[in-house]
Design a protein around this ligand. Structure first.
Ligand code: C5P
Length: 310
């Protein structure tokens, strides 16, 4: 039993992510697409505080569109706590307090970070002390991006994105993130990709690219050189996200004009991630985009996955 058992509360912090490379293959029978992706965890965090309770409950703060975050069983952190309770035969519940910073439905895995943080927090609060492997298995049952939020750093994801292998990344990469007021639905963006591919004559089960992460992406991460990584940024979902939100192309253009090396839609969007050569240039890009009425954030990666803090 861990020392945290019977604590009054456990506070866990989990990062949002950017997919620096996202190759999407065909759709499988389970509705998921085969992926080859590289995740990078960035310094924009979800905080989850777990306290003992008889029932399961969730409160959320930190975002303007708070009404869009469900507080029932549709909430991924709630589902994580209940899944863990069943897995370890925990009697009783938990009160989860979520403090959000990652944009809601922004393509940065905010809900997945909540779920990963809830798993780690409840495991500590209840003193169940599960191994990383068992936590990973539970995470994968909650959603394709949840294992990475546990893991953090930089990692290659295959399968649905949930089969992870660490990738060596040197140094620090500075990103400007441009969140949108309106989120995008991940399933809608994947469906749009299928439609666009059908229009192009590709079969839905006929992957248009070999599903490997190209070597130059891994070399760029190892080099720690933002200029190299900028040349390899790629997202198969970008065309689909831009179809839903054509204005994002202009945000990328503005970011590059202001000094960013390259811009990309993060995951299924609509958050735009602009890779900058250094922290100073990132600040310039941030100021410049602010003048156009956007609300850009300066973050860096890689950072660790879900961790107990305090
Ligand atoms: O796993 P998660 O709940 O985040 O996925 C949300 C939706 O995104 C899935 O229901 C599916 O429609 C789509 N998706 C997909 N292929 C993946 C990951 C997600 O089609 N590899």
């Amino acid at each position: 039993m861990s020392h945290a058992a019977f604590a009054d509360s456990v506070h866990v912090r989990a990062p949002g992510k950017i997919n620096v490379f996202l190759g999407v293959g065909g759709r499988h029978d389970d509705g998921y697409h085969a992926l080859a992706t590289v995740f990078q965890a960035v310094s924009l965090y979800e905080d989850v505080i777990a306290r003992p309770a008889d029932d399961f409950s969730v409160t959320v703060s930190g975002v303007e569109d708070i009404d869009s975050v469900p507080l029932d069983d549709r909430n991924l952190a709630m589902r994580a706590a209940k899944l863990l309770a069943v897995a370890v035969d925990h009697r009783g519940g938990v009160a989860l307090e979520i403090r959000k910073n990652v944009p809601v439905a922004g393509g940065m895995g905010g809900g997945s970070a909540d779920a990963a943080a809830a798993l780690v927090a409840c495991d500590a609060l209840w003193g169940t002390g599960l191994s990383q492997t068992r936590l990973h298995d539970l995470a994968a049952r909650l959603g394709a991006d949840v294992p990475f939020a546990l893991h953090g750093g930089t990692a290659v994801g295959t399968g649905r994105g949930d089969q992870l292998n660490p990738a060596l990344a040197r140094g620090r990469f500075d990103w400007i993130l441009v969140p949108s007021e309106q989120g995008l639905s991940t399933p809608v963006v994947y469906e749009r990709l299928d439609l666009l591919r059908e229009e192009e004559g590709a079969l839905a089960d006929d992957p248009p690219l070999s599903l490997d992460v190209p070597i130059p992406v891994l070399q760029a991460l190892r080099s720690g050189e933002p200029v190299q990584l900028a040349e390899t940024l790629f997202n198969d979902l970008q065309a689909a996200a831009l179809h839903e939100r054509p204005d994002l192309a202009e945000t990328i253009r503005q970011g590059v004009a202001a000094g960013a090396l390259q811009g990309i839609v993060s995951g299924s969007g609509p958050t735009v991630a602009l890779l900058c050569p250094d922290p100073e240039t990132a600040q310039d890009v941030q100021s410049s985009l602010r003048e156009t009425g956007l609300d850009p954030l300066h973050v860096h990666g890689p950072v660790p996955g879900a961790r107990i803090i305090g």
